[in-house]
Design a protein around this ligand. Structure first.
Ligand SMILES: Nc1ncnc2c1ncn2[C@@H]1O[C@H](COP(=O)(O)OP(=O)(O)OP(=O)(O)O)[C@@H](O)[C@H]1O
Ligand SMILES: [Mg+2]
Length: 327
C-alpha cells in the first residue's frame, strides 16, 4: 500500500517571456503539472528534451518562481515560504543533485569544503564535529577513506566520484527529498549504474523520497517505483513503474517505449523517435498533432482518468475509445 505523499506537487503553471519589445510573448511551459512522491519512494519524471522537467525541478527547489500551483511538503506549501529563514528551511527539505558533476563543484575548493559549508550553514554539525561528519558522509556515498577523499580537489576525482560528492553535499542537509535532475546523463554507462544504485540505497536506508528526472527509461526502470510522463508541460500518464513500462496506455508513452533502442537503453528524444516533428497543440490534447491514433475528440483537452491501481492517463482513446463504425 502506498504511503500518503510526502511531496505533493499540485497544478504547477509556468511560462517564459520570449522576444522583446513589441514582439514579447509568454510561452507556456508547464500547464498544471501535478504528481506526488511518497516517503521512501522513487518517482521518475520522464519526458523528452524541452518537456519542462528541469523547470519543475527548479520550481520545487525554489530556484525559479512558479506562476501558479502548490508544492506541498508534509502539509506545507514550500512556495509560500516568504522570509529568509522560511526559505532556507524549505530549501533544506529538498536537495538538488545536478546533471553536471564537473560544473557543480568549485575547482578551487577541496571536495570536503562544500559539504562542511552545508553542514554549518544548515546547523547540522558543530565546528568541532565537522571534519568527522564530512568523512562519514563521503563514506556513506561510497568514497572511502572519507578523511582522505575530503582533502582532494575535484580534478583528482572521476565524474562518478564527483557525482557522489554532490550527493554527499545534498545529504549533509538531511533533506526529506533528493531531487536528481539527469544525475547520470554525463557519466559513462558503467559509472551510471553505481550512482543509480547509490540513490536506490539511500532511499531504502533512510526512507527518503527521490524525484529522479531523466530521459533515460532504463534508469527509470532500474530505480523507480512509479513513473510520471511529461509531454510539453502536461503530465500525460502516471503509475507504478512496472505497469507503465509494460502496459503503457498513452500513445506518447508508447512511442517513447517503442523508440527504446537496444544497447545502453537510452531512448532518443528526436522527433522521429516519438512520432513526427510537429509541435504540441496549444488547445485540446497536446500530443494530437503527433498522435497516430488521433480522432476528432482530441480537439478537446482530455481529463486525467484513473484506469488501474494508481495508473492515470490523460487520453480520450483510453477513457472513451471511439466505437467502431464498420459493419
Ligand atoms: N529561463 C528560460 N527562459 C526562456 N525559456 C526557458 C527558460 N528555461 C526553460 N525554458 C524553456 O522551457 C522549456 C522547458 O525547458 P526545460 O529545461 O524545463 O526542459 P527539460 O525537459 O528539462 O529538457 P532537457 O531534457 O533538455 O533538460 C523549453 O522550451 C525551454 O526552452
Ligand atoms: Mg532538463
Amino acid at each position: 500500500m502506498r504511503q500518503s505523499p510526502m511531496l505533493e506537487v499540485r497544478e504547477l503553471t509556468k511560462s517564459f517571456a520570449t522576444g522583446g519589445g513589441w514582439s514579447r510573448k509568454h510561452k507556456p511551459v508547464l500547464y498544471g503539472v501535478s504528481f506526488s512522491v511518497a516517503r521512501g519512494e522513487v518517482l521518475a519524471l520522464v519526458g523528452e528534451s524541452g518537456s519542462g522537467k528541469s523547470t519543475v525541478a527548479r520550481i520545487i527547489s525554489l530556484v525559479e518562481p512558479s506562476e501558479g500551483g502548490e508544492v506541498m511538503m508534509d502539509g506545507r506549501d514550500l512556495l509560500q515560504a516568504a522570509t529568509v529563514q522560511e526559505r532556507r528551511a524549505a530549501r533544506a527539505q529538498v536537495q538538488m543533485i545536478f546533471q553536471d558533476p564537473f560544473g557543480s563543484l568549485n575547482p578551487a575548493h577541496r571536495v570536503g569544503y562544500p559539504i562542511a559549508r552545508s553542514l554549518l550553514l544548515h546547523g547540522r554539525a558543530k565546528r568541532g564535529e565537522v571534519r568527522a561528519r564530512v568523512a562519514a558522509l563521503l563514506e556513506e556515498v561510497g568514497l572511502a577513506p572519507g578523511a582522505q577523499v575530503a582533502e582532494k580537489f575535484p580534478h583528482e576525482l572521476s565524474g562518478g566520484e564527483r557525482q557522489r560528492v554532490a550527493i554527499a553535499r545534498a545529504l549533509a542537509v538531511e533533506p526529506q527529498l533528493l531531487l536528481a535532475d539527469e544525475p547520470t546523463s554525463m557519466l559513462d554507462v558503467a559509472t551510471r549504474q553505481g550512482v543509480l544504485e547509490l540513490l536506490g540505497r539511500l532511499r531504502r536506508e533512510r526512507g527518503r523520497g527521490v524525484l529522479l528526472i531523466t530521459h533515460d527509461l532504463t534508469a527509470a526502470r532500474a530505480l523507480a517505483d512509479r513513473i510520471a510522463v511529461l509531454y510539453a508541460g502536461h503530465i500525460v500518464e502516471t503509475g507504478p513503474a512496472d505497469e507503465v513500462l509494460r502496459h503503457p496506455r498513452h500513445p506518447y508513452t508508447q512511442s517513447l517505449l517503442a523508440a527504446l533502442p537496444h544497447g545502453d537503453g537510452r531512448f532518443l528524444s528526436t522527433p522521429a523517435a516519438a512520432g513526427g516533428g510537429r509541435p504540441p497543440a496549444v488547445t485540446g490534447c497536446p500530443f494530437a498533432p503527433r498522435c497516430p491514433h488521433a480522432v476528432a475528440a482530441c480537439a478537446q483537452a482530455p481529463e486525467t482518468a484513473l484506469i488501474g491501481l494508481g495508473h492515470r492517463v490523460a487520453c480520450h482513446l483510453v477513457t472513451s475509445p471511439p466505437t467502431s463504425t464498420e459493419p
